[in-house]
Structure formats: C-alpha cells, structure tokens
Design a protein around this ligand. Structure first.
Ligand code: FES
Length: 107
C-alpha cells in the first residue's frame, strides 16, 4: 500500500482537520478525540467539498445541501446523500501523519 506524508501529526490537534490532495483523491483528515480518520472530501450527493462543511465531533455536514456523515465509519446519517463515504487508512509513524493513497476495501 502506498502512503502519503501529510506532515507532523502533532500539528493536527483534536477537533482540527485538513484537506489533502492525493494522486487520485482529495481526502478530509480529522482528529476526532485524538484518533485520526480520513474520508473522501467529496459528498456522494452532488460533489460538495466536505472540508468546507461543519465538523462537530465525529460528524461532518456537507456545506451544499446538509447531508451528514460519520467520520469514523463513513456512514451517511442524513439525506440527501444516500451513499457512504470512502475511507482511507491513517497512521502515525515517527511523528509523521500518513494516509493511504487508495481507499479501504469496504467492510
Ligand atoms: S452535495 Fe452534499 S448534500 Fe448535496
């Protein structure tokens, strides 16, 4: 699996997020209570950029039409989206925040 280095993990404090461009995807990485989660930065309803939405705890609300998703699982919680988000593995190695460049296989 290929990984992309997103910089020092300590710079992304709990409650903070960043958007990273991978070769094939844009991803939203969020520190939820000390654990990093990454999902595709693209709402499956109509392409809204979730990084510009409201992030509260482990939930993100799409800025375009208000669909809501669980950042831990990618699960859609509220329409008008009906598909879950792609998720990406995240790990910390030697203090660096690394994200997989391809999504996880669905569970
Ligand atoms: S584009 Fe996200 S809810 Fe419509």
């Amino acid at each position: 699996m290929d990984w992309q280095d997103l910089g020092e993990a300590r710079t992304l404090a709990p409650g903070e997020h960043l958007v990273a461009g991978l070769p094939d995807y844009s991803v939203l990485v969020v520190n939820v209570d000390g654990t990093f989660h990454a999902v595709e930065n693209l709402c499956p309803h109509d392409g809204g950029e979730l990084g510009g939405g409201l992030i509260e705890g482990d939930r993100v609300t799409c800025p375009r039409h208000g669909a809501c998703f669980n950042l831990r699982t990618g699960e859609v919680l509220k329409p008008p989206a009906f598909e879950d988000l792609l998720r990406f593995e995240v790990r910390v190695e030697n203090g660096r925040l690394l994200v997989a460049t391809q999504p996880k296989a669905s569970d």
